[in-house]
Write a protein that binds this ligand. Structure first.
Ligand SMILES: [Zn+2]
Length: 126
């Protein structure tokens, strides 16, 4: 019989321990019980994508906002849905382009830019 396939635990990255929880039961990872392995295949990690679109007013190609998605297709779908919901069509939804946003930039900035939307999509009337 074949040993069932296991994957490195996503929470402790296969170490079986979480150093920042060392004060709780010696830092043993609850997810894998300290084995460092999990039976379920880890989900593809979601990452940040920057969404570009052509602004209808001046035809500039702008970064409109950022979305979190696992795949380029998912990012495109989310971006399209968000732009389609916009009260005013400032950006042409047919020109949407997504590019992977390096998380390193956000780490360097030290804050999340996710909510720093500058389109009018996120702004609501007072
Ligand atoms: Zn673990």
């Amino acid at each position: 019989m074949k040993t069932p396939q296991t994957y490195p635990c996503t929470r402790c990255e296969g170490k079986g321990r979480l150093p920042h929880y060392a004060n709780v039961l010696g830092g043993v990872c609850f997810k894998c019980g300290g084995t460092g392995r999990q039976k379920t295949r880890p989900a593809a990690p979601s990452r940040r994508w920057s969404v570009n679109a052509i602004r209808t007013t001046d035809h500039h190609d702008c970064v409109v906002f950022h979305v979190r998605a696992k795949t380029e297709r998912e990012a495109l779908n989310k971006a399209f849905a968000a732009l389609s919901r916009a009260r005013e069509q400032i950006y042409d939804p047919t020109t949407i382009r997504v590019t992977p946003w390096p998380d390193s930039i956000e780490k360097a900035l030290g804050f999340s830019i996710e909510q720093r939307v500058h389109t009018g999509i996120a702004t609501t009337n007072p």
